[in-house]
Design a protein around this ligand. Structure first.
Ligand SMILES: NC(=O)c1ccc[n+]([C@@H]2O[C@H](COP(=O)([O-])OP(=O)(O)OC[C@H]3O[C@@H](n4cnc5c(N)ncnc54)[C@H](OP(=O)(O)O)[C@@H]3O)[C@@H](O)[C@H]2O)c1
Length: 253
């Protein structure tokens, strides 16, 4: 499914997967509105992509924990850019801590950004898509979303599970209403990014940033309900994480 008419929003586009998807989407000719908090990086990226690709790429500041700002920015983008073709709900953090370790704030912040921030983006996008009678909502979940996970991954994985379930519910709403809105949950495996760098370890299956970005945008264009990205090896890996016995689980994460 390709987006027709209007702008594609990517949140969390100042680094990592968001910046990579922005580059790939711009090269494929989709007009973009990029959002994040680090406007210096975002501004430089939008200038670079517009110059390189000739695609209209614009950038603006947005903190996804500022919910009113999300609704305002999404409405402005739709009004100023001929409608809203697609929203990629990508902004996220991964700074969880083992529950009971005295770092409640880390888990609270992870869920505030990755779940409530994502919910606000879903609400803002879907309101506009319903008015338009079309649109494509893309949610960045994770291969870790299918199971409760230990230690610092607990709140993060639970948050991604919530995002996946919210997407499933929206898809049912849309089907009941018979509106041609597509809802895609992407489950990336480990892809090179600042979030991955901050873990301080390199997963043996880590995918490089360019390969990851291309695979993500290929999956976005296919517009399926749900996909692991890249499909190989992460479709199998997700099954393994979902069903592995506890002793094996900690070794493969
Ligand atoms: N990399 C992976 O292997 C992987 C795997 C599965 C899922 N994911 C998901 O992919 C998404 C992107 O992650 P990444 O790996 O690319 O990490 P990253 O390089 O750290 O990028 C995170 C992006 O989110 C933005 N962000 C964070 N908090 C924000 C806030 N409050 N408001 C607005 N923007 C915010 C950051 O921009 P500012 O700091 O400038 O605001 C940055 O652009 C996340 O949802 C992550 O959970 C990543």
């Amino acid at each position: 499914m390709t987006a027709t008419g209007g702008v594609t929003i990517v949140t969390g586009a100042s680094s990592g997967l968001g910046a990579g998807m922005a580059g790939e989407l711009a090269r494929r000719g989709y007009p973009l509105a990029l959002f994040a908090r680090r406007t210096d990086r975002l501004g430089a990226l939008s200038v670079e992509l517009t110059a390189q690709t000739g695609t209209d790429v614009r950038a603006d500041a947005l903190d996804v924990t500022d919910h009113d700002a999300i609704f305002a920015r999404f409405r402005d983008a739709a009004e100023q850019r001929g409608g809203l073709a697609r929203v990629v709900v990508n902004a996220g953090i991964g700074k969880g801590a083992r529950i009971g370790s005295g770092r409640f704030a880390a888990n609270r912040d992870t869920l505030a950004t990755n779940v409530i921030g994502a919910l606000a983006q879903m609400e803002a996008a879907m309101e506009i898509f319903y008015q338009q009678g079309a649109g494509h909502l893309v949610l960045m979940s994770s291969v870790t979303s299918g199971r409760g996970l230990p230690g610092p991954m607990n709140a993060y994985a639970a948050g991604k599970a919530a995002v996946t379930r919210l997407a499933d519910g929206i898809r049912l709403d849309v089907a009941q209403k018979g509106v041609p809105i597509t809802v895609t949950s992407l489950h990336p495996g480990y892809i090179e990014s600042e979030m991955q760098d901050r873990t301080g370890r390199r997963h043996r299956l880590l995918v490089d940033a360019d390969t990851g970005a291309r695979a993500l945008v290929d999956a976005i264009e296919r517009g399926r309900n749900t996909e692991c990205v890249p499909r190989w090896p992460w479709t199998g890996y997700r099954q393994l994480v979902n069903h592995a016995p506890r002793q094996l689980l900690t070794r493969i994460l």
